[in-house]
Write a protein that binds this ligand. Structure first.
Ligand code: 3NM
Length: 220
C-alpha cells in the first residue's frame, strides 16, 4: 500500500516531538549514552548519523541503538541504506544528493520510513510526490554543525512549507533553547537540535526541556 502524501507512517510521525540526531564528533558522552539518555527522557525518534566510522563499526553501533530504541522510539539511519537494512532499522533519512527516494523505497519496501532533507517549498512538494514519509526542513538558522548546510532560511519558511504539503515537517539547523519556540509556533511538527543536546553534560535534562517546550507550544 502506498498512499503518497499521507500514510500511517506520516500520522505516526506527526505525533513525534523532539527528534534526536546523533553526532559522535560533537558528543560529550558518546552516541550510545546520548541515545539511552534521550530515549529514557521520552524521545520517540532517533536518527543515527555517523560520518567518521567504518561500516563494520556502524553496523555494530546501529544494532545496539536498535536494541535501545526497541518498542520505545523509531530508529532511522542517516544516508546509509545498507546499514539500515543490515540491522532492520525502521527506516532512513536521506539528503538531496543521496540515493533517490524512489530507489530507496524499492530497496526498503513500503513499511519502512523514508525522510528527505529539503531546503524550500518546491523541494518539499517534490518530496511528497516521490513518496517520502516526512521532510527535514533546514537549515532554519545558521549552523556550524553541518558545514555545507548553507544560510538559515528563518522560521517563517516553516509555515510556507506546512501550507504546501501534508507530510510532517521536522525542522533542523541552528535550533537552540533561545529560538526553538518560534519553530513550533510556525508549524513544525518536530525539531532537531544536535549541538544543544549532544554537547551537553546532561542529555536527559536537555531532551526533556525540548519535549516539554514542544508539547506546551503545540497545545497553545
Ligand atoms: N542537517 P545543529 S542542518 C544535520 O539543513 C543537519 O538539512 C541540516 O545541527 C539541514 O542542531 C544540520 O547543531 C545540522 O545546528 C544541525
Amino acid at each position: 500500500m502506498n498512499q503518497k502524501g499521507f500514510s500511517w507512517k506520516s500520522s505516526l510521525l506527526k505525533e513525534i516531538d523532539f527528534y534526536l540526531v546523533t553526532d559522535s564528533g560533537l558528543s560529550k558522552k558518546g552516541t550510545l549514552s546520548n541515545v539511552k539518555d534521550a530515549v529514557n527522557s521520552g524521545c520517540r525518534i532517533v536518527q543515527y548519523r555517523e560520518k567518521d566510522k567504518s561500516t563494520k563499526e556502524m553496523v555494530e553501533e546501529a544494532s545496539e541503538i536498535k536494541r535501545i530504541c526497541s518498542g520505545r522510539a523509531i530508529f532511522l539511519v542517516n544516508d546509509r541504506i545498507d546499514v539500515a537494512l543490515a540491522v532492520d532499522a525502521d527506516g532512513v533519512h536521506i539528503g538531496q544528493d543521496d540515493m533517490p527516494v524512489e530507489t530507496a523505497r524499492k530497496l526498503l519496501g513500503e513499511d519502512k520510513i523514508i525522510g528527505l532533507s529539503v531546503n524550500d517549498r518546491e523541494e518539499a512538494i517534490l518530496a511528497e510526490k516521490l513518496g517520502a514519509d516526512y521532510v527535514g526542513l533546514g537549515p532554519i538558522f545558521d549552523t556550524a554543525t553541518k558545514k555545507d548546510a548553507g544560510e538559515g532560511i528563518g522560521s517563517l519558511k516553516i509555515r510556507e512549507v506546512k501550507d504546501a504539503i501534508k507530510l510532517p515537517v521536522v525542522a533542523i539547523g541552528g535550533i537552540n533553547k533561545d529560538n526553538c519556540e518560534s519553530v513550533i509556533q510556525n508549524g513544525a511538527d518536530s525539531l532537531v537540535s544536535i549541538s544543544a543536546v549532544v554537547c551537553s553534560d546532561d542529555v536527559k535534562r536537555e531532551t526533556k526541556y525540548f519535549i516539554d517546550m514542544i508539547r506546551r507550544n503545540k497545545k497553545a
